[in-house]
Structures are given as C-alpha cells and as structure tokens.
Design a protein around this ligand. Structure first.
Ligand code: HEM
Length: 211
C-alpha cells in the first residue's frame, strides 16, 4: 500500500508541474488547450471524467512533458538473471542495470528537435505513441516489461483531469518580476530545481466556478 502511495503521488504532481511550466513557457499551447476545452467541455460545465478521452491535444501535452521530463528518469534498476551481450557489451548475471529513459527520450535519431517542447509530435502520423513501449521502446515514461508501472490507467486519467480542470477554470501567470526557468533537479524523481510559482485567476468564461 505504501509503495502505491509513494509511487503514485510525487510522480503525478511532478508531471502536472512540468506540463504547466512548459506550457507557460510557450503560451500558445495554453491557448490551444483552452480552445479544445471550450469545444469539448464548454462554458457551462466543469471538466469530468467523460471529457478526458476527447482531449487529444491535452494528452499530447502530457506525453510531451513526460518525454522531456520523465519523473522516473532511470526507471527501476534491473538485475539480469543470465549473462547477456547488448551492443557488444557483456552484462554479467546479477549486474545492477539502469535504463536511461531520460536520454532515450532525447535521442536525436528518433526525435526531431529533441530538446524542444512540441506537443504536436504526439498528434500526427505514427507518433501517437502509447505508454506500453510501442514504437521500439523509444518512449517509456512508465517503464516497460514485467515491472512496468501498475498505475498507468490511474496516472493517465489524473494527469489529464488535474490539468484540464486547472486550464479550464483558471488563467495562469507568473508573479510580477519573476522569470520562468525549466532547470531540472536530478533525483529518484526528476523535479524542477525551483518549484513553479504561478498565480491563478478564475476565468470569466467558467460560469459555474464564479457562482
Ligand atoms: C505520471 C505518473 C507516473 C509515472 C511517470 C510513473 C512512472 C513509473 C516508472 C518509471 C516505474 C518503474 C517501471 C520500470 O522500471 O519498468 C513505475 C513503477 C511503479 N508505479 Fe508508477 N508512475 C506514475 C504513477 C503511478 C501511480 C498513480 C501509481 C499507483 C496508483 C503508480 C504505482 C507504481 C508501482 C506500484 C510501481 C512498481 C511496479 C513494480 O515494481 O512491479 N505509479 N512507475
């Protein structure tokens, strides 16, 4: 139980924080997400679970944020049960192996402009990557194989639900005289070095919230 709470809380809040920070750095993404929310949810309603599968742009935003800033950058270590050879390297049985998902997600042979936040890459062509290691394991924010994250169905919903509600109900801006930075702090969970501080103002378009 404790494992599930630990694995499921920091990862989700970090994903929401990174996604909002990247969006505030590229305000047109906020406008596009709010347009999508306007057409799917509308002015009179609050976001609910039934809207989530229709929010394709929002899903692309979350995926692009997980690509650039995977909360578990090195996944969980593996210990091979047999000696094996990968890419010419011998990996003895029992070696502690880390998978660098962070680097895989920025591989320039796979991702065009890998360091740039471009959610559209998850909307077109074969790039509608899922979370289960499709596309040759080039996108693995939840890991892969037997020990893949068990919380994917919940995390998928929560990430979108929280962000959708925040963007539908509020406008977001930085405090006066502050600058946004996107510096990472490496750890078991990959966080922002400086937590995002943002000011929320209720959107006039959200009638129910203002009652
Ligand atoms: C954005 C949210 C999340 C991300 C990015 C994430 C990421 C990960 C990653 C990378 C792993 C290791 C997988 C591997 O090494 O192959 C993992 C494992 C795990 N996650 Fe998540 N996770 C998230 C949310 C959640 C939630 C919401 C729960 C539970 C409700 C959860 C429960 C777990 C558990 C129990 C494991 C260990 C699985 C095992 O070892 O068999 N995670 N997660």
């Amino acid at each position: 139980m404790q494992d599930i709470v630990i694995a499921g809380t920091d990862t989700t809040s970090t994903t929401v924080e990174w996604t909002l920070a990247e969006m505030m750095n590229k305000p047109e993404t906020i406008r596009k997400a709010q347009e999508e929310l306007q057409s799917v949810v509308g002015k009179e309603e609050m976001v609910d679970e039934t809207h989530l599968p229709k929010l394709h742009y929002l899903e692309a935003l979350v995926k692009e944020s997980l690509r650039l800033h995977p909360p578990g950058p090195l996944l969980v270590p593996r210990y091979p049960t047999a000696t094996s050879s990968i890419g010419g390297f011998i990996i003895p049985k029992g070696t502690k192996v880390f998978i660098n998902a962070w680097a895989i997600h920025r591989n320039p042979l796979v991702w065009e402009n890998p360091s740039e936040f471009i959610p559209e890459r998850f909307l077109t062509g074969t790039n509608r990557w899922d979370y289960y290691g499709s596309n040759n394991f080039n996108f693995i924010p939840f890991g892969f194989g037997r020990r893949i994250c068990v919380g994917i169905p919940l995390a998928e919903k929560m990430n979108k639900y929280i962000l959708a509600t925040m963007l539908h109900s509020f406008e977001w801006r930085l405090p006066d005289n502050s600058k946004l930075d996107l510096v990472e702090k490496f750890g078991i969970v990959l966080k922002k070095e400086k937590p995002l501080v943002a000011i929320a103002t209720a959107r006039p378009s959200c009638a129910k919230l203002n009652k």
